[in-house]
Design a protein around this ligand. Structure first.
Ligand code: BGC
Length: 389
């Protein structure tokens, strides 16, 4: 079984990579080919060294740029989105994600800035679950619970670059990681890929694929901390948020869902029409840190959230095939971390919208299943579309 898995994995990776791994050169599309392109802005995908891990592994920083000047920088350490520059209504670019200028910041303890989170995003209660009658014990790294994949989740491993290229429509970076059977307590070898694609239409797409050789659970997401006014530029309480979700999953004091799926109606959880994040945040103990049940039900790409920042006019729309999204309002940021450009990150200086399956699903039979069987393919797609008004 194990052998067949590895053979399949090699075949799949080879099939996917052969055209791409020729590395359709990480150089920009030729400007001469597009004489009409103003200011020689072209779609491009480049790489440069980003430093070394403690055990001496070289890490790379990749830059994807589109013709409107949007720029995403990603490292293969943790498959982390390091920065994302987007224009405001006057065309001024600003980096709208929290993080660090150098690799060192990411190697130290930080709250998953920009990271690819797995094997299971968010919490699993009491760090255990039962699958096919077998109980699996996971790393308990959040009190008695398991959070974001454990002590060494997908955010703390070096991903293998598979593909880096740009054409006239998009710039793309694909990376892979093989999580071994038993890693952080999870069953089965899991071969995963994450692909970042920046399009000419100002979208940053993040998609994931995974296959396992044993029945396991999977839930991958990106943990970017956004501030549409610019990273480190005050709190996000004035951002206007709309969520395409009539319901959410209430949690206990350990932030584990109780299993109830509750209507947001007549409560501070209601973002079904545009509402500033800060307008009712004081009524929510600790601030927002909740999974919303998307009206789409998951499975098809549908609008999950829209965020508008009034002073700069920046708008971010999130579409996903996931059934849920975690709204987290940076409640645990406390000014102890200094990030990019020397900015100090204080409480509510960013929000996260982590598209996902619901927290603790392995222990909640009424939640959409997160079980991946051998022979099945896990896929997840989320698109962030940027505009101004
Ligand atoms: C969780 C928070 C947690 C944060 C950083 C979010 O996804 O919901 O509770 O503090 O990640 O780890």
């Amino acid at each position: 079984m194990k052998k067949r898995f590895w053979i399949n994995f090699v075949l799949v990776v080879t099939a996917i990579c052969i055209p791409g791994c020729k590395k359709k050169t990480p150089t920009p599309t030729e400007p001469e080919a597009k004489p009409e392109a103003k200011e020689a802005r072209v779609m491009s995908a480049n790489e440069e060294p980003f430093g070394q891990t403690a055990d001496g592994r070289e890490v790379t920083l990749y830059t994807l740029t589109n013709t409107n000047g949007l720029r995403a920088r990603i490292t293969n350490y943790g498959a982390i989105l390091v920065s994302l520059e987007v224009p405001d209504r006057d065309g001024n670019l600003a980096d709208i994600t929290l993080g660090f200028d150098a690799l060192d910041g990411y190697l130290a303890v930080h709250p998953y800035f920009g990271a690819t989170v797995g094997r299971y995003a968010n919490r699993i209660g009491k760090a255990r679950f039962v699958l096919d009658g077998v109980e699996y014990e996971l790393a308990a790294n959040d009190g008695e619970n398991h959070l974001h994949g454990g002590n060494k989740g997908f955010d703390k491993v070096v991903w293998r670059p598979e593909d880096l290229w740009a054409n006239d429509n998009e710039a793309l970076l694909k990376m892979s990681y093989i999580s071994e059977d038993g890693e952080e307590g999870y069953p089965g070898n899991l071969a995963c890929t994450v692909t970042y694609t920046l399009t000419k239409d100002d979208e940053l797409k993040i998609s994931y694929e995974a296959e396992a050789d044993k029945t396991t659970v999977v839930n991958l997401t990106n943990h970017s901390y956004f501030n549409l006014a610019g990273q480190g530029h005050g709190d996000i309480l004035g951002h206007e948020l709309t969520l395409n979700a009539d319901r959410y999953t209430p949690v206990d004091e350990g932030l584990i869902p109780t299993g109830e799926i509750r209507s947001v109606k007549d409560s501070p959880m209601d973002f079904t029409s545009p509402m500033s994040i800060g307008s009712r945040i004081k009524q929510v103990i600790g601030g927002y840190d909740h999974n919303y049940v998307l009206n789409s039900g998951g499975g098809t790409l549908a609008l999950a959230a829209r965020v508008y920042e009034p002073t700069t006019g920046r708008v971010m729309e999130i579409h996903t095939i996931e059934p849920g999204v975690q709204l987290y309002t940076g409640n645990f940021l406390d000014g102890t971390l200094t990030g990019k450009g020397g900015k100090v990150y204080k409480k509510h200086y960013a929000f996260c919208l982590e598209t996902q399956h619901f927290p603790d699903s392995p222990n909640k039979s009424n939640f959409p299943s997160v079980v991946l069987q051998p022979g099945q393919k896990y896929t997840s797609v989320t698109e962030h579309k940027f505009s101004t008004r």
